[in-house]
Write a protein that binds this ligand. Sequence first.
Ligand SMILES: *Cc1c(COP(=O)(O)O)cnc(C)c1O
Length: 489
Amino acid sequence: MPRDGGPGRPLLLRKSSRTAVWRKTIRAIESYLERVPHQPVSPVLDPARVRELVAGFDFRTPMNALEALDRALEGLWRHQTHTSHPRCFGLFVPAATTLGIAADALVAAFNPQLADWAYSPFAVEAERHLVRTLGEAFGYPPELADGGLTSGGAESNHTAILTALAHAFPDFPERGLRSLPGQPVLYVSAEGHGSVAKAARLCGLGDDAVQAVRVDHEWRADPEDLVARIVRDRRAGCVPFLVVATAGTTGAGAVDPLEDLAAVAEREGLWLHADAAWGGAAAFVPELRSLLCGIEHADSIGFDAHKGLSVPMGVGFHLTRRGELLERVFGVAASGMPRDADSLDVEDPYRRSMLWSRRFAGLKVLLSLAVAGWDGCAAVLRHQVALGEALRHELEHAGWGIVNSTPLPVACFVDRQTSEGGTAEYLEAVARHVVASGKAWLSTTRLGSDTPALRACISNYRTTSDDVLALVACLAEARREIGMNGATP
Ligand SMILES: *Cc1c(COP(=O)(O)O)cnc(C)c1O
């Protein structure tokens, strides 16, 4: 330790101050977990007030550490939607696991660098262990299960497009898109995630390379439409190279027919990527496993631990049975990097993934899984699925109409009790009322081009059946108020 007064002191602080910082931090974390269920789920949106709070950090005069923490805590408490709240029926942002929170703090302190193996052998091998284990959970043969960690589903989709390009066009890593023999095309259902189209832009393919496959009445990709498009595109001189199947769409929780899409991709010689960012969690629950039947044929699979496994934000997986392509896509020569990996039969992550410097995001998955066990994770997911059932049942009982069809715990619904109950304006007004009450949080979505809906997803391990009933009561209140005052606020 540098003595007090050393040049590092403004960053390290004195030992007594550090102790106070740790104490305050741990107390704040525990108090958050205990008190959040009694707080409004989401804040009143007030840009002026947030900006004033933020402007209080002016950097001219050094702030006392505890005061700085207090200001940050005020912001975190007051100015965010509390995804840890049991009545947050939100997007796929779960409450964070306790071990995940602890792991993130430890990783910040030890700060391992995961670019190359020799720098952080434990961290790199721990992530490799996770990749193998998850790959096998999705049905990959152990000797083929490969891949790496990502920042989330968007990076997994981006990685999938790049590897699919290198697979279909072996010159692509060196010669780039201009070496392609024609307009490249990838297919994803109209309900697929926007990050696929974004990744196509990032790869230099542009929107024209993305073809939206039609969906059926349950919002699943239609394999016949896929085949027809491939035939048509080939006739027009285009070069199809990738099919993206979504296993658990973000809006409706629909699972594309994976077996059928795998058969088409196989027959047509196209890469199959399964975007299972959220729905992939079904692989860990024996009685839900059949929902993902066929996913083991995918050349690559994206899965987000920060959705399906309730681990704090910033960790997903890109799993693949064609690991050799990762080195083809990402392996560039780097003179300054250690070369220990050459003699040790190990792999350097920077040569097999998009990022270079990378934090040890795997520790929060490793510790969460180790302490809960597969059975513990399955029990949580099973409970969420049961609550999803209960929610659908209560909604229908109360006169709401469910417009999606999935065993996964997400309900999309409209109001059957009023003639305007299926319009975007009305449904947005309902969501606004619920959110403004602070008692619950849910969102709206649009399925297909013409089905607006309210969307409530159970993604929180703290949610109980009482919370589900509370949401339905909130919805009834919103409906009553709109009935009296109209949909416009
Ligand atoms: C959330 C989601 C993504 C994007 O994942 P991030 O972790 O936010 O990058 C991609 N695909 C699907 C199906 C998703 O639900």
